[in-house]
Write a protein that binds this ligand. Structure first.
Ligand code: ATP
Length: 245
């Protein structure tokens, strides 16, 4: 591991509404250029961890009350979400959250809101290169299939030219075939564009198949971490997260 990872979460505590303690001393590291998986049961605090990094916790009355989050060595906990996007972090939310009454193209343009360079049009073509189906869909995004909405959500993230994408359950609601397709594209984005990815996933098998390293969370803490191969071969992980086979 490099000396300064791209993202470093040190011993954070997160509280909702001043009372509900959800993260209790969580630490993790995401080295530049890698895909890191964050696994765990429902309610373990995975989404909360991503929102702590992206700053989106604030809109849900959540707060980092202890510890620190560093991106490229600098503190980012407590700064505004749009400043965090400017630094190079983009979160693809669970449930996709595209703007239903805008077209695909308008959604993609929205992803580029932080940019003032002249290459937005070129990047839209780049996104269509990864997701050719989106080019053909000229109607409102709300009418896209679940898989297409997930692709649009990832495409919109790419439009921000992020260094780090935080991905919350990209497989949710997708057929096994589409899950395979989306994960294939995620791996491709990582390889082609060098985008670092912190991936939250219920589908542990899929996540570990593309990640280099993984963390397992329980009740607001990391209880296990290791290389993807080591986790995939771990008996507890097999029993609880890989369906016992
Ligand atoms: P899931 O896969 O179900 O999303 P998760 O591991 O991502 O699970 P979180 O969504 O981070 O877990 O939730 C962790 C805990 O925090 C849960 O007990 C949840 O009820 C609580 N929680 C999440 N959001 C809020 C909120 N806005 N206000 C209060 N409590 C919350």
């Amino acid at each position: 591991h490099e000396a300064t990872p791209l993202l470093e979460v040190n011993n954070i505590e997160v509280v909702y509404n001043d009372v509900i303690l959800v993260l209790r001393g969580l630490s993790l590291r995401v080295p530049r250029g890698e895909i890191v998986a964050l696994l765990g049961a429902n309610g373990a605090g995975k989404s909360t961890t991503l929102k702590a990094v992206s700053g989106l916790l604030r809109s849900e009355e959540g707060e980092v009350t202890r510890g620190e989050i560093r991106f490229e060595g600098e503190r980012i906990d407590g700064i505004e979400p749009d400043r965090i996007v400017h630094r190079g972090i983009f979160q693809v939310m669970e449930g996709r959250r595209i703007v239903a009454d805008m077209t695909c193209l308008e959604n993609l343009r929205l992803g580029a809101f932080t940019r003032s360079d002249g290459e937005v049009r070129r990047d839209i073509d780049m996104v269509y290169g990864y997701f050719p189906r989106l080019r053909e869909r000229t109607g409102l995004a709300g009418y896209l299939s679940g898989g297409e909405q997930q692709m649009l959500a990832i495409g919109r993230a790419l439009m921000a030219r992020p260094k780090l994408i935080l991905m919350d359950e990209p497989s949710m609601g997708l057929s096994p075939l589409l899950v395979k397709e989306v994960f294939g594209i995620v791996r491709q984005l990582n390889r082609d564009l060098g985008i670092t990815i912190l991936l939250v996933e219920q589908n542990a098998r899929m996540a570990l198949s593309i990640a280099s390293y993984g963390y397992v969370m329980e009740q607001g803490k990391v209880v296990l971490d290791g290389t993807a191969e080591a986790l995939a071969g771990n008996e507890d992980v097999k029993e609880f997260y890989l369906g016992g086979h």
